[in-house]
Design a protein around this ligand. Structure first.
Ligand SMILES: [Mg+2]
Length: 102
């Protein structure tokens, strides 16, 4: 399943479950993504099974794609991902991590 397909699936799930679904809800969804990141970090720190950590990381993806559905509906997230991947690949070695060698 690709990002656009996932985004559409999340959109139908949101409607089916009556979750927040307005542009004003975007900050909440981004906050929930942070909460899920915290849950993933906590699971890792507690030595949880990899499946549990993966589940929390998937929750992050859910909220990010859900936010993207409302914040930038005209953007194809598959194409946006490919564009960003190329941009990052063009960056120098250890871009932004030069402090590690000091
Ligand atoms: Mg969770």
């Amino acid at each position: 399943m690709h990002l656009e397909e996932m985004k559409n699936e999340i959109g139908s799930l949101v409607l089916e479950k009556g979750f927040y679904n307005n542009r004003e809800d975007i900050p909440k969804k981004l906050l929930f993504a942070f909460v899920e990141l915290g849950e993933a970090s906590d699971a890792w720190k507690k030595g949880a099974a990899e499946e549990k950590i993966a589940e929390e990381l998937i929750d992050v993806i859910f909220y990010l794609l859900d936010a993207s559905r409302l914040a930038c509906p005209s953007v194809n997230m598959d194409k946006a991902f490919e564009k960003k991947l190329i941009k990052n690949r063009c960056r120098p070695y250890q871009y932004g991590e030069g402090h590690r060698n000091k």
